[in-house]
Design a protein around this ligand. Sequence first.
Ligand code: ATP
Ligand code: MG
Length: 300
Amino acid sequence: MSEIVTTIDIQGKLPKVASGKVRDLFAVDDGTLLFVASDRISAYDVIMENGIPGKGALLTAMSIYWFNYLPQHVPGLKTHYISNTLPGPISSLTSFKDRSMQVRRLRIIPIESIVRGYITGSGWSEYKKSGTVNGIKLPAGLIEGQKLPQPLWTPSTKAELGDKDENISPEKAREIIADAKIAARVEQLSLAIYEAAAKRAESVGIVLADTKFEFGLDEKDEVVLVDEVLTPDSSRFWPKDTWEQNLGKAQPSFDKQFLRDWLTSNGLKGKDGVKVPEEIVQQTAEKYREAYEKIAGKSA
Ligand code: ATP
Ligand code: MG
């Protein structure tokens, strides 16, 4: 078993560009970034004390799987993915090997490009209040977890660190993006990628309820898929075989359900500094592996 990495220590060898809940980003050179995924896990917005063995590597492998798969299924799609090799200055840091990817550094389009195929989460909350999702009017009588008549582009703002992203209407997103052609391309690519990925997931027994993409612009102002893609951190994956019986209530999360159930039943939901017992760690690790193996169709 490889070591569990909860702190990314690059020993000062590359400048850090950003640090999220789970991943750190470093500059390799002007045009290249290194994405490193740790084994940290969060639930109910809190990071646990201990990590999940193999999680960073599995999430990286999943993103890379999609970066290879998607351009073959979505005509004209470009991605920021360059390689899964380590840049020279850190080539000896073996704990980075499977959890890292090099990508093209691009100008980020400042919205979160969310697509929903099913109604749940913040979309469900809005619908219950107003019959809309991101201001888009939907038919009456939908129930929680139901498949939408068609996938919807439901963007959100990209908040500064510490602030919460806010759902916005497609019109508002077009305004933020400013360039009508670029905005139309972002919407069209988001829906096309969702459709291709949902089809793939469905064929292996996983419902892709919704997901979040980010896009950047290259030197020719072409829209390019960036960030991590279609991992359990950016998407809702539901087991297809229990979807129908759970309509009308919260669907079990494919990856984090053991952890969430354990936190809730022990009164630890939302508490800081929680150490997760070994048994839950192992069950969760197994779920991440299963998600990867199902989707990629190969063992990790
Ligand atoms: P979290 O995802 O944990 O809520 P976060 O989104 O702030 O937090 P990360 O997802 O780790 O943290 O940060 C990734 C950052 O890198 C995002 O701001 C994203 O827009 C940016 N990014 C992703 N791909 C590229 C790229 N190819 N070029 C430049 N910036 C990128
Ligand atoms: Mg992020």
